[in-house]
Design a binder for this molecule. Structure first.
Ligand SMILES: *Cc1c(COP(=O)(O)O)cnc(C)c1O
Length: 386
C-alpha cells in the first residue's frame, strides 16, 4: 500500500518531518557546550508548555518512569495517599505508589466518567489529622477518553496540605493545564503524545512546596533523584548519559509548538474532537465519554456489538493502513479509540472517518455512506469560513 500509515493512536503519535530530520544529527559530547544549550533550551521550552516557572526535570524514560519518579521523590513509605482513578492510568499511578510503600486509599469512578471533585473534598475534609500526604489524579485518562477538571479538584482540596500530583502524560498541550496558576505540585508528562516526538523522554515538573517534601522523602532512588538532577541541570548536564537524539527532536518540536502557540494548539485539539464526535454521532454510534468531559486528545467510540471493535480496527488496518487503538482490559473489543493527538491533520481525520463508514458498512451496520463525513465537512467549512 503506498503512502504513509495513518497512526491515530493516543501515543505514540505521528512525527513531523522537521522533528525526524532534527533527530538524525550526529552525536555531541553530552558534557559539552552544544548539549548544554539544547538541554537548557528544552527545559525552558517544556516549562512554557507546563506554564510553570518552578522546577522541571527531563528523564530518558517512558511516561511511566516519570510516574515512578514522582512517587519515589515525593512520597515516603507509610504515607497515606488518596488516588483518584477513572481508568487504567489512574490505577497505574495508584499501583506505583503502593509498590513503594504508600498506604493507598483509592476512589474509583465508572470508566467513561470523570472524577467528582466533591468526593475528593469529602475525603480530605474527613482527614482531620492531615494524614493524607498526596492526592494522585490523571488529567486525561487515555484508556477511556475522559479528562478531569484538575482546577476544580485542586479547589476541592481547600487548604489541606497534601501535594496534588497529576499524570498529564497524554493531556499536556492538548487539554488546558496551568501548573503555577492552579497550584499543582507535581505534573508528569511524556514525549510521545502531544509533544510530537518518539517515546523515550518524560517530564517531571514540581513546585517549591514539593521540593521541600522531597528533601525529607524516605524512598530510595538513584536514577530518578531530583536533587541530583537539579544539581547537574545547573551545569547544563544530566547526571547520566541523556538520550541526545530525542533532545534534538524535542528542541525542534518545542520550536514548532511555540510558533503555533499553546492556546492555538489546545484549540486545534478541541476542534478535532468536536469534528470527530459530530461525524461519529451522525453515523449513529455512541461514545464512552459524555460531551462535558470528552477528551480533546482522543475519542472512544463504542463499536456495534457485532462485529465488535477489533474486527473494525483490523479491517481499517489491512484495507486502509489506518491504525486505531483498541480498548484496554474490560473495554477490549467494546471500544475503539481514535487518536487526534499531536501532529494530526484535520483532513487526515476526514479520511479516517470515510474509512470507518466503509468498515461499518462492510460488517453489515446500517448507515448511509457519507453521513459522518458530511458532518465533518460541514464542521470544517464553518470553522474555516468564520
Ligand atoms: C501514555 C500514558 C502514560 C505513560 O505511558 P508510557 O507507556 O509509560 O509512556 C501514563 N499516563 C497516561 C495518562 C498516558 O496516556
Amino acid at each position: 500500500m503506498i503512502g504513509e500509515q495513518y497512526l491515530l493512536l493516543p501515543g505514540p503519535t505521528p512525527l513531523p518531518d522537521r522533528v525526524a530530520r532534527a533527530m538524525s544529527k550526529p552525536m555531541v559530547n553530552h558534557r559539552g557546550p552544544e548539549f548544554k544549550e539544547i538541554l537548557l533550551d528544552c527545559t525552558e521550552g517544556v516549562k512554557k508548555i507546563y506554564r510553570t516557572q518552578q522546577n522541571l526535570i527531563i528523564f530518558p524514560s517512558s511516561g511511566s518512569g516519570a510516574l515512578e519518579a514522582a512517587i519515589v521523590n515525593f512520597v515516603s513509605p507509610g504515607d497515606k495517599v488518596l488516588a483518584v482513578s477513572i481508568g487504567v492510568f489512574g490505577d497505574r499511578f495508584a499501583k506505583i505508589a503502593a509498590e513503594f510503600g504508600a498506604v493507598v486509599d483509592k476512589i474509583e469512578f465508572t470508566w467513561g466518567t470523570a472524577a467528582d471533585p466533591q468526593q475528593v473534598r469529602d475525603k480530605l475534609q474527613a482527614d482531620v489529622n492531615k494524614e493524607i500526604k498526596a492526592v494522585l489524579v490523571t488529567q486525561n485518562e487515555t484508556s477511556t477518553g475522559v479528562f478531569n477538571d484538575i482546577k476544580a479538584i485542586k479547589e476541592a482540596m481547600g487548604d489541606h496540605p497534601a501535594l496534588l500530583m497529576v499524570d498529564a502524560v497524554s493531556g499536556l498541550a492538548a487539554v488546558d493545564l496551568r501548573m503555577d496558576e492552579w497550584g499543582l505540585d507535581v505534573v508528569v508528562s511524556g514525549s510521545q503524545k502531544a509533544f510530537m516526538i518518539p517515546p523515550g523522554l518524560s517530564f517531571l515538573g514540581f513546585s517549591e512546596k514539593a521540593l521541600q517534601v522531597h528533601k525529607k522523602c524516605q524512598n530510595p532512588r538513584f536514577y530518578w533523584d531530583v536533587t541530583n538532577a537539579l544539581k547537574y541541570l545547573e551545569k547544563g548536564q544530566n547526571p547520566y548519559t541523556p538520550a541526545i537524539s530525542l533532545y534534538y527532536g524535542l528542541h525542534e518540536a518545542l520550536q514548532m509548538m511555540l510558533e503555533e502557540g499553546l492556546d492555538q494548539i489546545i484549540a486545534r485539539h478541541e476542534s478535532c474532537r468536536d469534528m470527530v464526535r459530530a461525524a461519529v454521532k451522525a453515523m449513529g454510534l455512541r461514545f464512552l465519554a459524555a460531551d462535558s468531559n470528552a477528551s480533546p486528545a482522543l475519542t472512544s467510540v463504542i463499536a456495534p456489538e457485532d462485529p465488535g471493535a477489533n474486527k473494525i480496527r483490523k479491517y481499517m488496518n489491512e484495507e486502509f493502513n489506518i491504525i486505531l487503538a483498541g480498548g484496554q482490559q474490560t473495554l477490549d473489543n467494546v471500544i475503539f479509540r481514535i487518536g487526534h493527538l499531536g501532529y494530526v491533520r484535520e483532513l487526515d481525520l476526514l479520511a479516517v472517518l470515510a474509512a470507518l463508514e466503509m468498515a461499518l458498512l462492510k460488517f453489515g451496520y446500517k448507515l448511509e455512506l457519507g453521513v459522518g463525513v458530511n458532518q465533518a465537512q460541514q464542521f470544517l467549512l464553518k470553522k474555516h469560513n468564520q
